[in-house]
Ligand binder design. Structure first.
Ligand code: GLY
Length: 442
């Protein structure tokens, strides 16, 4: 079997590892990811957001299936272009990808189909809308550009925005500067609780959940600092999270199922691929923060190494509409991202710097290494303007997995990068458990 992967981050490196197990892997990347390059029979560098370029390479490869890693190519219609030309693709079409690329579309759909699973929200596209909307809230507010911003466009009152004046100012800035590619901004009630990620495989009819993961979006330890694409994440051996129970997962899964049914009813579209629900577990149960139409990054690095079922077989069953099984090992995982100093503020990130990456040394402590946004040059690996390396520990408990990830991080000896030491530690997890206990009053 031949497969083609589109994308070149650490998430895609983790996907590539699975695809290469039982298929001949080809890759279309915007920059050379040395990990993916090594796993591929052949790769090509090009613009992954240009459907025509992706199609040209896919026609050359003639794969049995294409897997698209990141959201941007999906939002630009890469899946549509491939399907129109008879190439099977695991990943949603442009309209279905609006679940992620257009938060106004997503919220409006959810309002109809999962009113119990969302926070209060108002969609605005003028300054006047914003001043009217502000009167509707009696909680702190979250300000979200409706379009894609790589997770970095969201600002939260009480965290990044001091008061209502700053909320209004930022909402107006999104409208004026078209942050995220449009003049639409979504204002939402700030929910209190613990965030979690539930990713599912779906063929449009059948839905199979993956182990739950908790990501850490803020740049600095103790959940301080600006929002990032995600600084690291953990999952538990029982596939739940230490602050959640089975009922919470069932509720979250029901929200995902109803959303997919709504999408089908509203648009006639059958969603085939991976859907990622980012939830807040509140005292009243799970609420959707947002949907992503792909694997999470870093969350893919938590779940994919545990996959027992062949990934290509899962993809083929998604395409055939008979998805039945995806089994994962009962192991805990911790992923820590090493990122360039200054990240996520591009203006503060120094020039690309050569970093020593000793894959064998990371492996020697039992950790896994996934390349993210790096520039692999003749003379070595250089940093870029986004996250650099994902280091993953896998063990029977979160605590052990954290120690392995930490040991792996210590093998990357450079001060050009930083990471969050606290991710997956007993202290941080205990804080999460106590937070949820307090909220639920038990
Ligand atoms: N972990 C955040 C994301 O994948 O968008």
């Amino acid at each position: 079997m031949k497969s083609l992967l589109v994308g070149n981050g650490a998430r895609e490196h983790a996907i590539a590892e699975q695809m290469a197990k039982n298929s001949e892997l080809y890759a279309f990347m915007s920059a050379k990811n040395p990990g993916i390059a090594k796993l591929s029979k052949e790769f090509q560098i090009g613009d992954i957001k240009d459907p025509k370029e992706v199609l040209k390479y896919a026609l050359h490869v003639q794969p049995d299936y294409v897997f698209v890693g990141p959201e941007d190519p999906l939002a630009k219609g890469v899946a549509d272009m491939l399907l129109e030309n008879g190439i099977q693709v695991v990943g949603p079409t442009k309209v279905a990808a609006r679940l992620e690329s257009d938060k106004s579309f997503a919220r409006t759909l959810m309002q109809e189909y999962v009113p119990d699973g969302i926070p209060k929200f108002v969609v605005c596209s003028t300054e006047r809308d914003v001043s009217e909307a502000l009167k509707e809230f009696d909680t702190d507010i979250v300000v979200k550009p409706a379009g894609l911003t790589g997770g970095k466009g969201v600002k939260i009152q009480g965290k990044h925005l001091k008061n209502l004046f700053e909320v209004q100012e930022y909402a107006n800035e999104i409208i004026e500067k078209r942050i995220g590619g449009s003049n639409v901004v979504v204002l939402e009630e700030r929910l209190e609780g613990e965030e979690f990620t539930l990713q599912v495989f779906t063929d449009g009819e059948h839905i199979i959940p993956m182990p739950l993961v908790q990501d850490h979006k803020q740049a600095f330890e103790g959940d301080e600092g600006p929002m990032t694409g995600g600084m690291g994440s953990y999952s538990d051996a029982n596939h739940l999270l230490p602050f959640m129970d089975e009922k919470d997962v069932e509720d979250a899964l029901s929200i995902i199922k109803r959303t997919l049914r709504g999408l089908k009813e509203k648009t006639g579209l059958i969603y085939k691929g991976v859907l990622y629900g980012q939830f807040m577990l509140t005292k009243d149960g799970p609420k959707v923060i947002e949907y992503n139409v792909r694997f999470g990054d870093p969350e893919a690095m938590n779940v994919l190494p545990l996959l027992k079922t062949d990934f290509s077989a899962i993809c083929m069953s998604i395409l055939e509409g008979n998805l039945q099984m995806a089994e994962f090992e009962n192991k805990a995982t911790v992923c820590k991202y090493l990122v360039p100093k200054g990240y996520p503020d591009k203006s503060k990130i120094p020039e690309p710097t050569k970093i020593p990456v000793d894959e064998e040394a990371v492996k020697s402590v039992g950790a896994k290494l996934y390349y993210a946004s790096v520039d692999a040059r003749e003379d070595g690996i250089y940093t870029s303007t986004s996250r650099t390396l994902g280091i993953v520990g896998i063990a029977d408990s979160i605590e052990e997995a954290e120690k392995i990830a930490e040991a792996g991080v210590q093998k990357v000896k450079t001060d050009a990068l930083f990471y969050r030491r606290d991710i997956g530690t007993r202290e941080l997890i205990q804080k999460r458990i106590e937070h949820m206990r307090k909220l639920r009053g038990n």
